[in-house]
Design a protein around this ligand. Structure first.
Ligand SMILES: Cc1cc2nc3c(=O)[nH]c(=O)nc-3n(C[C@H](O)[C@H](O)[C@H](O)COP(=O)(O)OP(=O)(O)OC[C@H]3O[C@@H](n4cnc5c(N)ncnc54)[C@H](O)[C@@H]3O)c2cc1C
Length: 265
């Protein structure tokens, strides 16, 4: 069930680089949120901009009503957000969208993420069975988020950076190739991915070529967030004459099966 709440900021602190952690008191949304869903946030300082900004729900504590978002400053809205002090408020709608399905017992969850995708998979890791393998990739080490927090959950964390400053020098998909090969004799893997679209596309190709599927969280700019404006459509395979249909990232996603996703060339 969706809620609209005036949420009070309890923490808004830099995590390094351009990343921030935002904790909000948003009890109704925190109680209802599922891994992979998002909130649509409007700032009081920002009323001249009509559109809300979407952010994945990183973590929740339903007992205290805490909802955590990790965000990167990339433009006017997120720069404003970074200046919001503790005690300030933001208007939230959420939880929105279709998130990740719960990893079934007897499968090996493999989470593949880059940038704020790490934060967007944290709640999934929290609820996933163990062992849980997290493959995180970034250009450099400053874009790898919440590593201690994932380790504290008991996840095995493997890293790839393009400059080689942390973990494997190369792409996170290199780690996925190795992980899938290593998992051949164990429980069947269940792959979840969140990050930039080129990464998601590469992950999709890789798993589908091996006859397995993945759940991928598409990062598509969106406007209304509730399915009304059709600004965030993507193509999904369908049993019609075209072989595909348009679906809305905000209400039909953001999480889709890799095997259902049609990438425009
Ligand atoms: C479902 C979903 C979940 C998201 N979760 C997170 C999250 O957990 N943490 C986080 O930091 N960001 C997240 N984003 C992206 C975030 O919504 C945008 O970065 C934010 O709206 C930018 O607002 P702005 O006003 O600062 O930038 P704008 O001034 O609107 O744009 C500045 C720059 O950012 C680019 N940009 C805008 N939206 C996106 C986007 N969706 N993806 C990539 N580039 C974008 C623009 O093209 C432009 O180059 C998510 C987006 C979606 C759709």
């Amino acid at each position: 069930m969706k809620h609209q709440e005036t949420a009070t900021v309890t923490v808004n602190r830099p995590l390094g680089g351009s990343y921030y952690r935002l904790d909000l008191a948003a009890p109704a949304i925190a109680s209802a949120a599922q891994p992979g869903q998002f909130v649509h946030l409007r700032l009081p300082l920002f009323q001249h901009r009509v559109l809300r900004r979407p952010f994945s729900i990183c973590d929740t504590d339903p007992a205290s009503g805490r909802l955590t978002v990790v965000y990167k400053t990339v433009g006017e809205g997120t720069e404003h957000l970074a200046r919001l002090p503790a005690g300030g408020t933001a208007d939230l709608i959420g939880p929105l969208g279709v998130g990740f399905s719960a990893p079934p017992t007897g499968r090996l969850p493999i989470l593949v993420a880059g940038g704020y995708g790490c934060a967007a998979t944290y709640l999934l890791a929290k609820h996933a069975p163990r062992p849980c393998l997290c493959l995180f990739g970034a250009r450099t080490v400053g874009d790898l988020l919440l590593l201690d927090e994932f380790r504290a959950l008991g996840c095995e964390v493997r890293l790839a950076t393009e400059d080689g400053l942390a973990g494997h020098r190369g792409l996170v998909t290199d780690l996925l190739v190795d992980a899938l090969a290593g998992a051949a004799d164990g429980p069947p893997p269940m792959v979840y991915a969140c990050g930039p679209n080129p990464m998601l596309r590469a992950v999709s190709r890789l798993v589908l070529a091996r006859g397995i599927d993945a759940e991928i969280s598409l990062d598509h700019a969106m406007c209304c967030g509730v399915g009304a404006c059709f600004a965030c459509v993507v193509k999904r395979r369908a049993a019609n004459d075209d072989g595909w249909e348009y679906v809305r990232t905000c209400v039909d996603g953001p999480v889709f099966r890799a095997s259902d996703t049609v990438w425009d060339t």
